[in-house]
Design a protein around this ligand. Structure first.
Ligand SMILES: [Zn+2]
Length: 290
């Protein structure tokens, strides 16, 4: 009887300390009579472990899934009205200071740039911006998309993306600290000239990295950054996070009508969007109005 009790305690200890490890499983296999008791201990230990992980990664309770597949894997996630990210534990991803392209909608290319481009040279050290866990390490090919890229989910709730790398130096699911070297700068993917394409995302939503990181000064803009859902709702979906006010062209719209409705002039619309008075508007086209 006493032996049995000691055994249970021993097994419980082993289960707590070595959840999921072979050693503990071996021990369990030899303890068939206490199997049922073990199961409850096992799930308790597991719950404890999950709670410990969640306290390590506060972002985890906001993100619905952990996946190594897509950058934005959170289509049905519930996005809070506002969320404040603690930026104090940061490290600049690169010591380079020259911004070569900013975040937001670019009318000329009719594309949204989801990140910030910073000049780097092939082989330059790229570091994790905060503590976190590497979610994706992938290669989209020589000419496609991000090329070699890395996505990290951080303890503060942000996710960062590092694109066009020449080399990966971390693996998926690896824990990293702010400042850990994660890869080397490069020119892979859809890129002309070596640079780092750097994104900051919240639940898949791209946020302007320049509102958090000042590459020129090699510092954070403030100790924290607050995401507000309203800011997003104000502008149209396609241009979620740019500066200025945008308008999505509807059937039957003319430059004159849009200008009147937006309180601006046709000339100003033409200048902002680099179009002429004779340009044909397509429904769905996004125009910058201010
Ligand atoms: Zn870019």
């Amino acid at each position: 009887m006493i032996f049995a009790k000691i055994r249970i305690v021993l097994v419980a200890l082993a289960a707590t300390v070595m959840v999921g490890e072979l050693h503990a499983q071996d021990l369990m296999a030899r303890q068939a009579p206490v199997d049922r008791k073990l199961k409850s201990i096992d799930s308790l230990a597991l719950q404890k472990q999950i709670r410990a992980e969640q306290s390590l990664y506060p972002g985890l309770d906001i993100y619905p899934v952990w996946t190594n597949k897509q950058v934005n894997a959170y289509g049905d996630a519930i996005v809070p009205e506002s969320y404040t990210f603690d930026l104090t534990g940061f490290c600049m991803p690169t010591t380079n200071t020259r911004i070569t392209d900013i975040f937001g909608y670019r009318p000329r290319r009719r594309r949204v740039h989801n990140g910030l481009d910073v000049k780097v040279y092939i082989g330059d050290t790229i570091r994790s911006a905060f503590d976190g866990k590497v979610r994706i390490v992938k290669d989209q090919g020589r000419r496609r998309g991000y090329g070699k890229y890395i996505v990290i989910r951080h303890d503060n709730g942000l996710e960062t993306v590092y694109g066009h790398l020449s080399k990966h130096l971390v693996v998926e699911d690896q824990l990293v600290k702010a400042g850990d070297v994660i890869g080397l700068g490069g020119n892979t993917g859809r890129s002309t000239g070596s640079h780092l394409h750097f994104e900051t995302r919240f639940l898949g939503i791209p946020l302007d990295p320049a509102k958090m990181f000042d590459f020129e000064k090699q510092d954070i803009v403030a100790d924290s950054y607050t995401y507000e859902k309203k800011t997003k709702a104000k502008t149209s979906r396609a241009v979620a996070a740019g500066e200025g006010i945008y308008y999505k062209v509807k059937k039957g719209d003319t430059l004159g009508k849009i200008a009147a409705r937006q309180g601006t002039t046709v000339d100003r619309l033409c200048k902002l969007n680099r179009i002429t008075r004779k340009s044909i508007l397509r429904p769905g086209q996004v125009l910058r109005c201010s």
